[in-house]
Structures are given as structure tokens and as C-alpha cells.
Design a protein around this ligand. Structure first.
Ligand code: HEM
Ligand code: SF4
Length: 749
């Protein structure tokens, strides 16, 4: 039964940590003020985001039915942010530091999912849990109920220190230097609400890993990443800074190869101060710390952080958590055991055991991965998990960055009964950490920025790979597939073997959902390098594209050759050639099936496009030029691969100039030859008029072009050429989107 906020408030008096309780009370009041019209939209949006209450797709009150945009009938005209309607459903992100959960928390999550959401809890790519379809007025009750179970949603979103992640195997891992859990926990709670972390221009992400090689924590995609290391018998960390995915990804750089454990929190504090003081504040597109590190240079950044460190007033919390930490260890519930009579086990159990069971460093114990399709689990499954966590282990449960859940400290002799208990609630999927264990961001299901259905595609690939025997194919079974609904990379497509991100394409006046195919990213070595896109394939043809690439790898790989090495060896041109026929779209009049997205019956379109006489041409001049610019950026990649940096840079720039010219010709019939002239005209016609502005990213992508123009003729490093290629790709995508928007139909009332 759903009880009101005030009832929960009364009921939970004294059960919530006082600081958190007053935080939630304050939010309750802010909701009241907003309802009375006494709080600005922008301010309210920031305050709710800081508490993890996010917007959700269609919250502007519009939905496209495939033909035209229609208004959704929300009676209440109030808003909870610019163009975000009060009654429209939202998402609540729940911060789970290092992914650690106990049984009571799982049960609370079940209740909340059932009472306020759609009955489903969702594990994210940063070990958080999200509930969708939440009403803003229920959020204080949700926060109080979580607070009483020891969970805060504070700073789950917004320009804050986001969830601190850590390998889910910390403490039980065979490869770790030591257990990073207490350090991750200390960092999470030390920085939470800290005065030095309240004035960022953008989010700040921290991760801890117990080793340098395994992909459990992906430290190198983080603003601050710490890898456990022991030097001369002393504990400390190899520290990385300035990484981050997003539109243009950066691999974090080594800040120091050894930071003694006592210096961890002071360093984090000093770094957040420098970021708060010098990080970009106005332009959110360059506000992540990665841009600051590049702008200042690593040495100068380091100098500033060290200077700041000296100015800090010593805080007892820096080291108080270290007392006795080396002996701190979770305890098992049951005695260690051995799995008996192995041959008598049913086949499904054996398959599950092969992929989902990890032998811990502690003999006789195993960690079990509960593989969750797309990170989802129902309220009933959460309750069953809570029971299992109490019956077999000491409630030692963690979420993972691959959107799964692990149960640590399972006695090996209990594995068959744990399996049976999981099976009883449909949580026994085998294939954890394999090619069927696909990762996806929320995409068009619930994310406002989604372009294509990442969950639809990831679900489809999951089934497809299971059906075509990929899981049994030694060559490919351990590859990773990650899908994002747009270039923002929330699904971490850059660090997958096969990554995909959503884009749209227009053909003959109709829009069709596509995915860029990103090959050769690396999730090992803590996400050591990022893949590049080779071209866009219609959504519905992606499984076929994946099959072709995988079949080729299976057939032609040399002994011990990794997928990344194979892609490097055959080259991007060859990869693209394999997919070229799939990239050619039939006209809408010839085949409509590719003009809708996975699991969405509506025709996919960015608007009701008028088909004028000229649109009857099979290839319009615009399409022609846009295709040419895509080819050029692709050639830039090839030159890059061949080590020809000047050529790669020139081609990448040319591809942007060509796309800009194409838009000018299409929109204004301008034919200009000089590079300066094109930039100037593009700035005037598309940037200054805001026609090119993405509803979310604003003019960011135009600035990539302007910036590349400013640097024209200057020598580039391999790293900056790589970035230029990324930026050129994104600029071209933005040109496609701009055309899509300009040809879209207005909203009907
Ligand atoms: C400019 C806008 C955004 C950017 C640049 C962005 C970028 C990212 C990146 C790079 C990650 C994951 C990689 C990492 O571990 O660091 C991430 C995580 C995520 N993003 Fe976004 N994102 C944006 C907006 C959104 C929106 C609007 C949603 C939809 C509700 C969303 C949903 C998620 C989710 C569910 C995750 C994983 C969860 C977590 O942080 O706990 N993102 N985002
Ligand atoms: S990648 Fe894009 S579609 Fe996916 S959640 Fe992030 S912003 Fe949304």
C-alpha cells in the first residue's frame, strides 16, 4: 500500500541518520515551494538532480506516434524543470557505494519498485540501482525509506561526486593486491556532501580496482581511478586522472605510480578543490576534469594539486578508517565446502557453473554471479535474492559494472542448492561475463537523449548470440557487447569488443534508426583503450553485422590472436567492406521494416517529413555529400591506423568542412570554396541562428569544427589526431540530426 510522504516521515522518525533526515525534509519543502510557484525551474531541477531524481523520456509532455508529435494529457501544468512536466514520470537513481547491498536493502528496493515504480529495479553500468516511472511527489518517501535502510540518493546525479565504484570481487579476488572495499567506502562517505565538492561544473567519477589488468572496475574511464598496489610492504595506489567516456572519450593518465594509503583522501580532496576552482563552469561540454587536465597539462595539474594538498587543514577522517583495516574481512555464514559428485550434476547446472561461479582466493568458497538480462530484476526476484543472501551467505551482495549482481562467500558445497533457489525465480541465466551478457544504457526506453533503442538491440543480441551458439564458440564466447542509445556512451560502447551507439539517418525524407559499429575497444587493463566507429548500420541489421564480424574472426584469427589484434590486423577498411551492403538503406517505399526500431511498433521518425518532388530523388545532393564526408572521416581512420598523422588530421578536418558545406548548400544554396568562408557562413547560418543546436548539447558539435579550423595547419600528436577523428564523426552525426530536426513536423496540440 502506498502511504503518503507525511506518514512515512512520522513512521521513520529516529530511524534515519539525522543529517540525511533533514536533507530529505529540505527536499520535501522544496517540492512544496515549487508547487506554490516560489522556486525557479532551473533551481528545482538542480536540487532534485543532486538527490538522484532524474528526468525521463516524454517528460516534456510530447510523444511521437510515428506520424506526428502529440501532446500527452497531463492535467497539471506545473513543471519540475525547464520543459519537464510535473506529473510526467521520472527516474530515481540510488547510489550504491562499491555496489555493496545487504538483504534488508534488497527488500526495501523490492517494496519501492513495486509501490512507486513499474515493479522493476535496474542495475546500472556504475553499480547503481535505478527505479523508473517515479512521480516526483513520491521521491521524499522513497528517500526516507532508503535512508532508514542506510542508503542515500544524495549526489547520485548532478554536478557532484557520483557513485564510487569498485571491483565486486574485492576481498575475494585471486588477483588482487588487497581488498579495496574499505578505501572505496571511505572515499564515498568522506566526499559525500563535503563542502569542497559542492561547486563543480560537471560530474566527478571515482573507481577503485584491486589489480591493474582485470576489467571489474574500469578505472581508466574515470576522473580519478585508483589501482591497489603494495610497495615495500606498504599499501597504496597507482593513481590515474582525467579519464572519462562521453562524446569524446579520454583514457585516464597515470598521476603517480604509488600513493601511500594515508594520502588517498587528502589527494582526493585536493583534486576536487582544484577541479571546483579551475574546472569549466559555463560550458558543460568541456567541464569534465578530463578537459582541465588536458588544458593545464598533467604536470601543471599535478603541481596545483600538490600545492592545494599542502594548504588543507588536517582532518582526522583522512586516516581514522585505516585502523585495523588490514585484518578487516567479511565473514562467511557457512563452512567451506567442496562440490561433490560433479558428474551427476545436470547439464544446465554445469553450464551455469562454468560461467557464473568464481573460485575465491579463500579455499572452499565461491562468488556466484546472478546474470540479469539488461540489468533488470523484479520485486519478487529481489525478495528471493534477499532470502538467498540470508540463507547461504552473510548478506554479502554486490552489484557489478556489467549490470549483474554477485553473491560472495558461497560455500562450494551449497552451489547446487543456490542454483536451484535462483532457478525457482528465473535468476539462473548462465553466460555471465560472456558474449551473451550484453550491457545497455536506458536508451529510447526511458532516456530523453536516446536516439536508438539500445535496450532493444542489446536484448536482441543477447538472444541472438544464445541461439546461434556463440556462447559455445571458444573463439568469441568471452567477447563483450555494449550498447549505448546515443554518443554519450552511458552503455560504455567505447570499451567493448563489439560496441554500438545509436544514430539516425535520413533517406528520402524518412528517418531510420541506426547504430554506429565501434570495434576494437578494450575492456581489459581497466579499459585500456577505446574503439572507433566504422560506420552506421540500420538497427535491425546489426545482428547480421555482428555475425559477419564474429564469423570472420572465428575463421581467420591466428593462434592466440585477440579480437582487438585481429581488427587491427585486417584493418578498418576491411571491416567496413564486410558491412557495406548492410549500410545501404532501401527507400521507405520499398521496405518499411528498417524504418522502425527494435521492440517499437511505431514508425521511427524524427518528424512528419514532407516528401516533396525533389525528395523523390534516390540520392539527394545532401545525402551524397554527407556520405562523402563519412567516407572521408573513415579514410582519416585508415591513415591514422597506418601511422600517417598529418594525413589523418587533414582528412578528418576535410570531412567536417564537407559536411558543413553540404548543409549550407542544402539550406541556403551557398556555394563557397574557401575553408574560411565555409566556417564563417556555417557559424552565421547554423550556429548563431541555433539551428544546429542539439536540444541537449547545444552548439558543442559546431565548436568541434570551429576549433579544428583554428588549429588548421598545426602539427598534431597521435592523441589529438585521434580526438579530431572522434570529433569529426560527432560533427557529421550532428549534421544528420540537424537535418532531421529541420525537416521534422511541429508538435500537434
Ligand atoms: C550529456 C549527457 C550525458 C552524458 C555525457 C552521459 C555520460 C555517461 C557516461 C560516460 C556514463 C558511463 C560510463 C562511466 O562509467 O563513467 C554514464 C552513465 C550512465 N548514464 Fe549517462 N550521460 C548523460 C546523460 C544521461 C541521461 C539523460 C541518462 C538517462 C536517464 C543517462 C543514463 C545513464 C545511466 C543509467 C548510466 C549508468 C549509471 C550510473 O551512473 O550509475 N545518462 N553516463
Ligand atoms: S548513452 Fe545516450 S541514450 Fe544512453 S542513457 Fe546515455 S544519454 Fe541516454
Amino acid at each position: 500500500m502506498k502511504a503518503s510522504n507525511s506518514q512515512w516521515k512520522d513512521h521513520l522518525v529516529g530511524k534515519i541518520e539525522p543529517g540525511l533526515a533533514s536533507e530529505i525534509d529540505a527536499f520535501d519543502s522544496e517540492i512544496a515551494l515549487k508547487k506554490q510557484g516560489k522556486m525557479e525551474d532551473k533551481v528545482f531541477a538542480e536540487t532534485r538532480l543532486r538527490r538522484g531524481a532524474y528526468g525521463q523520456r516524454y517528460d516534456n509532455g510530447q510523444r511521437h506516434d510515428g506520424l506526428e508529435s502529440r501532446r500527452l494529457a497531463y492535467a497539471n501544468p506545473n513543471t519540475k524543470g525547464p520543459t519537464t512536466l510535473w506529473d510526467a514520470p521520472g527516474m530515481q537513481r540510488i547510489k550504491i557505494p562499491f555496489g555493496g547491498l545487504n538483504a534488508t536493502q534488497l527488500e526495501v528496493m523490492a517494496e519501492l519498485a513495486e509501490e512507486y515504480s513499474d515493479g522493476i529495479a535496474h542495475v546500472t553500468t556504475r553499480q547503481d540501482i535505478q527505479l523508473h516511472f517515479i512521480h516526483i511527489e513520491d521521491t521524499p518517501a522513497i528517500m526516507r525509506r532508503l535512508g532508514a535502510a542506510g542508503i542515500t540518493t544524495r549526489e547520485a546525479c548532478g554536478n557532484t561526486v557520483r557513485n564510487v565504484t569498485a571491483c565486486p570481487l574485492s576481498g575475494v579476488c585471486r588477483d588482487q593486491a588487497f581488498d579495496v572495499t574499505p578505501y572505496a567506502k571511505a572515499a564515498a562517505y568522506f566526499l559525500l556532501g563535503h563542502p569542497d565538492t559542492q561547486d563543480f561544473g560537471r560530474k566527478f567519477k571515482i573507481a577503485f580496482s584491486g589489480c591493474g589488468d582485470n576489467p571489474c572496475a574500469l578505472v581508466r574511464i574515470h576522473d580519478l581511478g585508483c589501482v591497489a598496489k603494495v610497495k615495500d610492504g606498504q599499501r597504496g595506489f597507482e593513481v590515474y586522472v582525467g579519464g572519462g567516456l562521453g562524446t569524446v572519450p579520454y583514457v585516464a593518465k597515470l598521476y603517480t605510480d604509488f600513493l601511500p594509503q594515508e594520502e588517498l583522501l587528502p589527494l582526493a580532496q585536493a583534486m576536487t578543490r582544484v577541479f571546483a576552482r579551475l574546472g569549466e563552469k559555463k560550458n558543460r561540454n568541456t567541464a569534465r576534469m578530463k578537459f582541465l587536465v588536458v588544458k593545464l597539462g598533467l604536470d601543471e595539474f599535478k603541481r596545483l594539486v600538490e600545492e592545494e594538498r599542502k594548504l588543507l587543514t588536517p582532518d582526522p577522517r583522512w586516516t581514522s578508517y585505516l585502523d585495523g583495516i588490514e585484518n578487516e574481512q567479511e565473514t562467511p555464514l557457512r563452512d567451506p565446502g567442496l562440490l561433490q559428485i560433479e558428474n551427476a550434476q545436470p547439464e544446465d547446472f554445469r553450464a551455469w557453473r562454468e560461467t557464473n561461479v568464481y573460485a575465491q582466493r579463500q579455499a572452499g568458497y565461491a562468488t556466484v554471479t546472478v546474470a540479469l538480462p539488461l540489468g533488470d530484476l523484479t520485486a519478487d526476484q529481489l525478495r528471493a535474492l534477499a532470502d538467498i543472501a540470508r540463507n547461504y551467505v552473510n548478506e554479502t551482495v554486490r552489484t557489478t559494472v556489467e549490470q549483474n549482481i554477485v553473491l560472495r562467500w558461497v560455500s562450494e558445497s551449497d552451489l547446487p542448492s543456490v542454483y536451484n533457489d535462483l532457478k525457482a525465480v528465473g535468476l539462473h541465466h548462465a553466460g555471465a561475463g560472456t558474449i551473451t551478457d550484453t550491457v545497455a544504457c536506458p536508451g529510447t526506453d526511458t532516456c530523453k537523449l536516446g536516439i536508438s533503442s539500445s535496450r532493444g538491440l542489446a536484448g536482441e543480441l543477447r538472444m541472438h548470440m544464445a541461439e546461434n551458439g556463440a556462447a559455445g564458440n571458444e573463439a568469441i564466447k568471452n567477447l563483450r557487447i555494449k550498447v549505448s542509445g546515443c554518443f554519450n556512451s552511458c552503455g560504455q560502447h567505447h570499451i567493448a569488443d563489439l560496441g554500438f551507439y545509436g544514430v539516425s539517418r535520413n533517406k528520402g525524407g524518412f528517418a531510420a534508426p541506426h547504430f554506429q559499429v565501434v570495434l576494437g575497444g578494450q575492456w581489459t587493463e581497466n579499459a585500456g583503450s577505446y574503439g572507433l566507429a566504422i560506420g552506421a548500420v540500420p538497427s535491425k541489421r546489426v545482428p547480421e553485422a555482428a555475425d559477419r564480424i564474429l564469423a570472420r574472426y572465428t575463421k581467420e584469427r591466428t593462434e592466440g590472436e585477440s579480437f582487438q589484434a585481429f581488427i587491427r590486423r585486417i584493418g578498418k577498411a576491411e571491416c567496413k567492406k564486410m558491412l557495406e551492403d548492410l549500410m545501404v538503406m532501401p527507400l521507405h517505399s520499398e521496405d518499411t521494416s528498417l524504418y522502425s526500431d527494435w521492440h517499437d511498433p511505431r514508425e521511427y521518425t524524427t518528424g512528419d517529413m514532407g516528401i516533396g518532388e525533389c525528395a523523390g530523388e534516390v540520392v539527394s545532393p545532401l545525402e551524397f555529400q554527407m556520405t562523402a564526408s563519412e567516407r572521408e572521416v573513415f579514410e582519416a581512420q585508415l591513415a591514422f591506423e597506418a601511422g600517417d598523422i598529418p594525413k589523418a588530421s587533414k582528412l578528418a578536418y576535410d570531412s567536417m568542412a564537407r559536411a558543413a558545406t553540404a548543409l549550407l548548400v542544402w539550406h541556403k544554396s551557398f556555394y563557397i570554396n574557401s575553408p574560411d568562408g565555409v566556417v564563417e557562413a556555417f557559424r552565421k547560418e547554423f550556429h548563431d541562428t541555433q539551428l544546429f543546436f542539439d536540444p541537449f548539447a547545444g552548439g558543442k558539435f559546431a565548436h568541434y569544427y570551429f576549433h579544428a579550423h583554428e588549429l588548421l595547419g598545426q602539427e598534431r600528436t597521435a592523441e589529438s589526431a585521434h580526438r579530431l577523428i572522434e570529433e569529426a564523426q560527432l560533427f557529421i552525426e550532428a549534421c544528420h540530426s540537424c537535418v532531421g530536426r529541420m525537416t521534422a513536423a511541429p508538435v500537434k496540440g
